[in-house]
Design a protein around this ligand. Sequence first.
Ligand code: C2E
Ligand code: CA
Ligand code: CA
Length: 634
Amino acid sequence: MALAYCYDISAFVIILCLLYAFFLQRLHRVENNTIAFAALLCSLMASGMSVAFYSGPLKYIELVVPFRVAAWALTAVSISLITLFLYMGRAYNIGVIKPLLFIGLPFGTDILCIILACFDFGPHFRTAAYCCDLFIFLVGLNILYVYKRNSAVERTIMLNLMLVATIAATVAEMLYPAFEIQRFAISLLLAETYFNLKNPEDQYNSETGLLGLESFREDMRRRFYYMKRHGGEIYMVMLAIHSSETFLKLLGEVNELKLRQSVMSEITRIGDETAVYRVNQGVYVFLSEKGDRPEAVRIMKALQTRFESTFGAEAYEMEIPFSVCMIELPRMASDMTGISDLLHMAVKEGRMYGRTVIDVDTLDLSNEEYMRQVDEKVRRAVEDGNLEVYYQPIYSIREKRFVSAEALVRLHDGSRFIPPDLFITVAENNGSIVEIDDFVIRQVGRMISDRNISDLGIRYIELNLSVSDMLQDDIAGKLTKMVETYHIQASQINLEITETSDDTFTGVVEANVMKLSHLGFSFSLDDFGTGYSSLARIIMMPFDIIKLDKTIVQAPFNMESEYEKTNAMTLLTSSAEMIGKIGAETVAEGVETPDQLKLMEDLGVDLIQGFYYARPMPESEFVNAVKAMNGNKR
Ligand code: C2E
Ligand code: CA
Ligand code: CA
């Protein structure tokens, strides 16, 4: 008796704390967790009543039986509610049959047995009541098992453990009636369930008051899982607001804020009971609980009507460019990545062609899919060992042999290569370029020392560095380390830098170039003539080599009209002349034909890199090609 009393007091305290925490969260707008709240309340009352029963004079008065019935019944209610909560939280569109059958029915029986047991209809009713509890707990376990993929592993494990503990406590209490620990176990289970509730702070974006991308992901995972098991479809609506950043700025801060608020409040108003997720800047997804079509249609129409008229008033009244579309799952996308692609394409389509209503079925997703695969492969390239460095020999017109080579990285994709232009851009965007170039740096260092290239007549290897490499503080350290590790000379490395846009060439890059230049590394300006490599750069930087891009080298041969041909020729001639006057060596890239070679010779170009002499090739082939060409010319 005394022991049971202790357990009940602790249960009471635990639940009290939980309720307190629950109210605190309530103030911060919790999602609809009324069931959990009700379970807490029932459990609190049940243990409270027991405590009162043991400590007070109640056991001596007439009230005893109804009092005990009420306490036990409340326990039964809280058991059913926890199970129902697990059910509701994990499955959608379950209908009424299942909860009724697996929770409602045993619950009713439970209460009935409790009453019969309390009124001395025989001890087996008491056992039956505990059996009902056990059944409901087992349903809870089953829910956790069936829907286990829907929540984090640790959480599911903890919940499972608590459920098992509660089952054990129930069995113990059934066998030894004096040992009343079930309520204590239930309060622990409730606590665990409680910690499974989502923290509202994580879910809602503080600025917009809407749900965020993480919640969207989690919700979709659950719904896809459900659809896979039970079929059915859901409809959701996307709203994209275009160019919000730039043109809202025109309004000035105060008006912008007002406009933003009015847009937000309209979004929330139209969303009504429906969950609205802000999945990206200016991109919103409306998804109702049921995910049914009529609701989606209503939202889509309402959004269209509202956004076709203006927002704000007077000075800052304006139309807001937008697009909406309806997405049907799982027909249009069968997982979260599919949805991301869809949303991405829909937004792009809307923005590019100014479409307000987008028919998702007409979007071409194959490119998106391919780009994602490339992105994935690029990220894993170094780890998977799919990279290889090729070398393209560079020919000296004066010495009539190969004097250098450019290292060009290749990414294997099964039996093919992913084009470098494509994957280098992807790598620059997702940040893996640094890792890839580190790989190339190591390979080139090793190759120079293993193959003893100076004995073959190769003076240096040209290494491509992206601007993001040059933005690293320790790039000089990295290259120095490479030179030391492989016992080679800094002069055996020539660094090629390409700019990809005007503003990327910052002071850090300049400082790194200067530092490396002092260490003995030489530099090339890559892709001269493409517009990226600016003339200003030539003046500021210590370039030893300037590489004419293949487009400008081939231009005089590719143009249609005489007029264009003449112009292309003028451009090429004066570029070559200018580079010569500056004192840098010239490399002509993309020389493929004897005519092109002849022209380069006439223009006084020093070095030739092109398919005419050699394509980029694997290391061993490269060594053989150099031996064959240079063999007796040194
Ligand atoms: P790039 O630096 O301009 O490299 C020269 C490109 O011209 C190479 O393309 C080469 O195969 C190609 N080429 C050479 N001779 C001819 C020719 O006669 N005709 C034609 N049509 N093309 C010729 P590739 O290997 O596809 O590389 C493309 C770009 O990818 C490179 O352009 C470079 O910007 C980048 N890249 C390659 N390897 C690396 C690397 O290791 N790191 C970095 N950051 N970028 C790299
Ligand atoms: Ca290059
Ligand atoms: Ca180039």
